[in-house]
Design a protein around this ligand. Sequence first.
Ligand SMILES: N[C@@H](CCC(=O)N[C@@H](CS)C(=O)NCC(=O)O)C(=O)O
Length: 202
Amino acid sequence: MKLYDYFRSSAAFRVRIALNLKGLSCEQIPVDLRLAEQSQADYTAINPQGLVPALVVDKGILNQSLAIIEWLEESYPQSPLLPESAWDRARVRAMAYTVACDIHPLNNLRVLNYLKGELDVSEEEKMAWYHHWIHEGFQALEQQVEAAPFCFGSQPTMADLCLVPQIYNAIRFKVDLTHYPRLTSIWEYCMSLKEFGSAAPE
Ligand SMILES: N[C@@H](CCC(=O)N[C@@H](CS)C(=O)NCC(=O)O)C(=O)O
């Protein structure tokens, strides 16, 4: 397998954690977002969306981190990332989607670039936008997650794979996380695990 990846991409970070938890090796091919390599023709031939990650396997190419993670889950059932019952799986997906569908897309690089460029907002306004959407999502998630160590149950799930990279980014953008003690304790515990820690941007 080959993962088109960028070290600071939180969507790629999700996939790196999944690969580590499942013990799968994968060649990592960097796509440098600082150089806008994601928009160059050789990469859009791989992912027409011009976003990372993309996973190349013998069957073809997959984009969208959650589609990749669900495919890994179904193809490599060891260390399951979703619980057993349909109801519990739906609950975990709901938490994962809060991050992946309702927080991350609003604060993605191309959105921030559009605010700063075409819409000409100031750096302060851009940061206010970023912090606003993190708080909107985290306030809800703080109530939805179970107590630490994980968002749900006693094993890491797809919800943790989404939450941890989003917290990583929030810290990078200096979001005040003091009102989210459950989220931050999940983050601290997960980051102490080698499968999460070694997937981190560093
Ligand atoms: N929903 C997509 C989001 C992918 C995405 O937005 N990736 C970001 C990095 S985290 C990206 O490539 N951004 C480049 C840009 O915004 O131009 C997924 O989960 O894979």
